[in-house]
Design a protein around this ligand. Structure first.
Ligand SMILES: Cc1cc2nc3c(=O)[nH]c(=O)nc-3n(C[C@H](O)[C@H](O)[C@H](O)COP(=O)(O)OP(=O)(O)OC[C@H]3O[C@@H](n4cnc5c(N)ncnc54)[C@H](O)[C@@H]3O)c2cc1C
Length: 93
């Protein structure tokens, strides 16, 4: 899939628009884009970190916590974990 900034989008109409270029979104978008009849747009908020070792090497996952590629989302307090909020590790793809 080609990537562009919003001012240089290759088309102005799309059959499918994905808000997020994460693992799930990209798999489905990639498969759909194999059909030349479909115009597929993926809107991703993060930058491209595909060559980032903290992403590519599974053992490096803990280095992502609290880093500049961590969205730092957390849940509301959870009854089943003593009313603690749970960190959601969601890295920018
Ligand atoms: C460091 C790390 C290592 C991991 N290693 C493994 C592993 O070895 N094996 C394994 O099975 N799983 C692993 N995981 C878990 C796996 O990456 C996740 O389960 C999977 O990526 C979740 O897919 P997803 O599509 O739901 O979300 P994500 O892949 O997290 O995608 C969500 C995307 O949405 C984007 N986004 C957020 N807000 C917006 C917005 N407002 N607009 C547009 N885009 C937005 C984010 O930037 C992100 O790219 C790892 C996770 C991390 C963080």
């Amino acid at each position: 899939m080609a990537s562009s900034t919003h001012s240089k989008l290759p088309a102005n109409q799309y059959d499918f628009v994905f808000v997020s270029g994460g693992t799930a979104g990209l798999v489905v978008a990639c498969r759909l884009s194999e059909n030349p009849e479909f115009q597929v747009l993926v809107l991703e908020a993060g930058n491209n970190h595909l060559d980032n070792a903290r992403i590519n090497i599974p053992a490096g996952w803990s280095a992502v916590l609290g880093s500049n590629i961590d969205w730092a989302f957390e849940t509301s307090p959870q009854e089943c974990v003593l009313l603690l909020a749970v960190l959601i590790l969601l890295a920018f793809s």
